[in-house]
Write a protein that binds this ligand. Sequence first.
Ligand SMILES: [Fe+2]
Length: 462
Amino acid sequence: MQLRLAYAGDRGMMVSWNTYSQLSSPSVKWGTDPNHLNHEDFSDVSITYSTSTTYNNHVFVNHLQPNTQYYYLPQCATTPSSFRTGRQAGDGTPFTFAVAVDLGTMGSDGLSTTVGKGAANPLKPGEINTIQSLTQYKSGFDFLWQPGDLAYADAWLKEEIGGYLPNTTIADGYKVYERILNDFYDEMAAVSSEKPYMVGPGNHEANCDNGGTTDKAHNITYTYSICMPGQTNFTGYINHWRMPSPQSGGLGNFWYSFNHGMVHYVQINTETDFGNGILAPDEPGGSGAENAGPFGRYPNEQIDWLENDLRSVNREKTPWVIVAGHRPWYLSGTTCPPCKQAFEPLLLKYGVDLVLNGHSHLYERQAPINNGTVDPAELNNPKAPWYITNGAAGHYDGLDTLPATLQSYTRFAIDTVYGWSRLTAHNCTHLTHEFVASANGSVLDTATLFKQRKCKLDYPKA
Ligand SMILES: [Fe+2]
């Protein structure tokens, strides 16, 4: 169950799935013919944590050809699934990828047609949710990227206090937490068993308490102290995923990069590990009250890695550099000033093209911005990074509300629709972002970035 893929270097794919029992040597059979899976890879990674109800199995499938269809059968599965490997760096063929942020469980444990007290924006009867929309449109994108806030299992107590889920005791809450996690990853398997699913850390991965949950009726505020052992410090997230840090010099699932065709993708961690004496939101004493991390082996590890990674990009082969982090620092709403302080100087210095984020549950497209000032070129060959916030994928708590006055750098905003982002790299110079409404697939906003530059791209036969 919970079958999920992730790109793992130029020639690899990480295949992950969960089982109720530990596997002594998880294996994946694979090949290009579904009736003849003539290769097999193994690992010794079948791991769990206290309070988890499952084991996370991770097998690295290697020696693959780029942009090639493979069939694969993880141990315990009965029918093969398939994936397509990543495009070689420098491949100039146009392609599309999907991004969703703040995408939580759908259905009886999450977003449905009803909500409890304190939540809003239920789905309309029969309305297609974001997981269903991504599933419906998956043939149109190469992979899905979710920079933070997956599942919202830590909303379990909020959902109970709101009368949406039946009450358990605090001690038994872990069962609800784990059930939500398992539900979410099972729902996502409709996409993630076929499309690589790249993820980043968000505050809702940090622990079990949602950064503090208040029961107003009984005047009790719960903090991370209620979390069972194994539910703090991003434990579930660390166990569940194997992002391509070994291949990119990053750190676990917290920060890493990968290439796909003409794009270099960078996942940053806006939750912990800012270095340079800057307190990150989820760290002990930080604004997010999550009491997690830091994770780096030394205080500036993430920033040093980011600078080295950005400096090393071959812009003739991967002209587009797209950075995703969970929290925004340009938005008509609550922003993350320490994130700006930590990351913006490097993103400016190395000419990052686009910064994607979420955390606020709405959609807002901003202009290219340099330290608070709009790049006068707008999308016509700007020097500064272009920013887009799309945290409107949907979860139990619904959507956030835009302030009455939007920022002067805001170019389009909507706070009443669930949706995801579809991005298309056309060539060396043009990249389009679309906001897709989950309910009906309509595109509610589209914008294209132009960059004047020369590339050395290849056009291999598919
Ligand atoms: Fe968040």
